[in-house]
Write a protein that binds this ligand. Structure first.
Ligand code: ADP
Ligand code: NI
Length: 226
């Protein structure tokens, strides 16, 4: 049975909310909801297809390897099965799946060095979802998320004896146990250079500045200077 776009979105919201309820890894529905809203805003500016963007944003973290013991193949299968269950046209399904498998900071790290991989042509729907997801790792929200993640995995806030490694390979990034402050140097401060849309770049500038301000203050307080 074919369903209309509004019904498809409603079914996807329900599916995603249920998925995150069963998840205990510190990810939450509200991250998905922020990415959905921001991606739609960017998509409007980029004249991207809003339905594809909204669907991909809602599903973007379902495929995350962290939910499948590091397995990167399992997530896309779960998304494909869900898209089949709502009988979306094949062309749209392929486009959504392509975005959800490519949106990931981890995958943007090359296998050898921490450099962005070559982009494969303009794809405004992917750009909107990717920028929105990356922006949620920056600024005040990004800071809250980093310490929530670190707390969940019982990482220290900071340890002066463990220096950050900003040039990690993809495997090192996936397996690090470093303190949460290191993550700022290993990901958060790099995110602004991964931004692909002009609206994304604009928001990233302010969020990046806030990260820098935060770190400056953090270390001043650490030394008791402020
Ligand atoms: P996203 O859903 O934005 O792609 P991830 O799934 O990689 O992000 O991680 C969820 C959140 O936890 C992000 O805000 C990310 O920056 C943060 N995070 C990921 N790895 C670490 C880490 N090693 N230390 C602290 N925070 C982390
Ligand atoms: Ni995400």
């Amino acid at each position: 049975m074919k369903i209309n776009r509004k019904q498809a979105i409603e079914r996807t919201v329900k599916f995603t909310q249920e998925f995150f309820q069963k998840e205990g890894t510190g990810h939450d529905w509200w991250h998905t909801q922020r990415v959905r809203n921001l991606a739609l805003k960017i998509a409007t500016e980029e004249r991207a297809d809003l339905f594809i963007v909204e669907m991909a944003a809602l599903l973007h973290d379902i495929g995350d390897y962290k939910f499948f013991q590091g397995n990167e193949e399992q997530g896309p299968k779960v998304i494909a099965q869900f898209l089949d269950s709502i009988s979306l046209p094949a062309k749209i399904k392929v486009k959504i799946l392509d975005i959800t498998t490519r949106v990931s900071y981890m995958k943007s790290i090359s296998e050898e060095k921490n450099l962005p991989e070559k982009s494969q042509g303009r794809n405004p729907e992917l750009m909107a979802v990717s920028d929105a997801d990356l922006l949620d790792a920056m600024g005040a929200i990004g800071i809250a998320r980093a310490f929530t993640y670190g707390g969940y995995y019982q990482r220290p806030i900071y340890d002066p004896g463990i220096p950050p490694n900003p040039d990690m390979t993809r495997d090192e990034y996936k397996t690090t146990n470093a303190p949460s402050i290191n993550h700022f140097y290993e990901k958060l401060l790099k995110v602004k250079d991964r931004m692909t849309t002009s609206y994304g770049k604009k928001l990233a500038r302010e969020r990046h500045y806030f990260l820098e301000l935060y770190l400056e203050r953090f270390f001043a307080e650490w030394k008791g200077e402020k």
